[in-house]
Design a protein around this ligand. Structure first.
Ligand code: GLA
Length: 385
């Protein structure tokens, strides 16, 4: 934080009051590709995240600087002329939030300067984008005394991603980052936005993140394609069934009606969405009852479904997960959108060291890439510091 303040002063000068903010990264424990299908997710906020230092200006300029992208220098824009600009790269995220806030009627009365620093590994599927969006939302609320509640901030940050950035994501990431709670995961019904916290107090295990370090190439277009396939399945099923989303279906109802979906691939996508949603509810019941093994088993089933039916894993994630299963993980699966990014595993304390060593070696031997491992600490939601 001190370094970031120093950096802010170097870039923007000394005068005036500085305020500091933080928004976490997130990891999803189970419930993948269910949010935009009206299903359940079970993410938590991490202690990794995005830090920001900000100060109001007198004029209408907004200036962004990131210690992670020093080569971009200061990105200098005007409140009244905020557009998506390719060359502004990462700065389009905070810009997008400012635009969407204004469109929603929240007045940004003056310009401001902000410097960011994040310790979220980039492109790792831990939501560095939702994190910078939510830290920006918190900054705007604070600097301009906006009367806006948390859920509304979450929704506007998602809207910024959908409409300004052009990624058709669901609400999970912004929700987990905006509503996370230390040492808890959130069971969120993405249809109603009802949620409840579950304490995660693993007594004899650790949550281990493993980063494939595989860049998520065409992830956005494939992500949008999966969404369209699920929507196609929903429309077909709606001809017969009175449902609002795939999240309304039990697995039995799906099995009894799946023949209505003519396209085999579309049928597999829908199957994942329905089974994963039901699996998530069951998994949280097991966890709440202290059955870590039962929870882990459902994590494994989630991965298999994402691999075989949703087809968003890819070699790197599959190798990491299979190696984790072989090294005694209680449960292991890909997390986030897929196509690269991270896996999340529950690993018994006494196996953590050998797990990291052996899974890392196996991964390197089979892919030529180096995996990175982190103990996932569950942290708090986005806030002013
Ligand atoms: C990305 C999206 C989320 C969610 C996950 C998959 O992280 O931003 O909304 O759809 O993928 O579960």
């Amino acid at each position: 934080m001190e370094e970031l303040k120093q950096c802010f002063i170097e870039q923007f000068g000394e005068q005036g009051n500085l305020t500091s903010y933080f928004a976490p990264a997130r990891v999803n424990l189970i419930g993948e590709h269910t949010d935009y299908n009206g299903g359940h997710v079970f993410p938590c906020a991490l202690t990794l995240g995005t830090y920001a230092v900000a100060r109001r200006r007198e004029d209408r300029a907004i200036r962004f600087y990131s210690m992670n992208f020093e080569e971009s220098g200061i990105v200098d824009v005007q409140i009244d002329d905020l557009r998506y600009e390719e060359q502004h790269d990462w700065a389009n995220y905070p810009k997008g939030v400012a635009v969407i806030f204004q469109q929603a009627g929240y007045e940004i009365t003056t310009g401001f300067d902000v410097a960011f620093y994040g310790d979220i590994p980039n492109g790792a599927g831990l939501s560095s984008s939702a994190s910078i969006e939510m830290v920006t939302a918190v900054i705007l609320k604070d600097l301009f005394n906006l009367q806006i509640d948390r859920i509304e901030m979450v929704k506007l940050a998602q809207k910024a991603e959908n409409e300004f950035i052009g990624v058709n994501c669901g609400i999970m990431d912004q929700f987990a980052i905006g509503m996370g709670k230390k040492n808890h995961a959130i069971l969120l019904d993405c249809n109603t936005l009802e949620y409840q916290y579950s304490p995660i107090n693993l007594k004899n295990e650790k949550l281990i993140l493993a980063n494939t370090n595989k860049r998520r190439g065409l992830a956005n277009s494939k992500y949008n394609e999966r969404r369209e396939q699920c929507e196609a399945a929903l429309h077909t099923l709606q001809e017969k069934l009175d449902i609002q989303s795939l999240g309304d279906l039990t697995t039995e109802e799906f099995e009894a009606n799946k023949h209505l979906i003519p396209d085999k691939i579309v049928g597999k996508r829908a199957k994942h969405a329905v089974y994963e949603n039901n699996r998530t509810i069951e998994a949280v019941e097991k966890l709440n009852a202290g059955d870590i093994r039962g929870f882990g088993k459902l994590m494994n089933e989630s991965h298999i479904s994402l691999r075989d039916d949703y087809e968003v894993t890819g070699k790197e994630l599959d190798v990491l997960v299979e190696a984790a299963w072989n090294e005694g993980a209680v449960g292991s699966r890909m997390t986030g959108a897929g196509f690269g990014g991270c896996t999340i595993s529950i690993v018994p304390d006494d196996r953590v060291d050998s797990f990291i060593k052996v899974v890392g070696e196996t991964y390197n031997a089979q892919t030529g890439l180096e995996a990175e491992f982190y103990v996932a600490d569950i942290g708090d939601q986005a806030k002013k510091l």
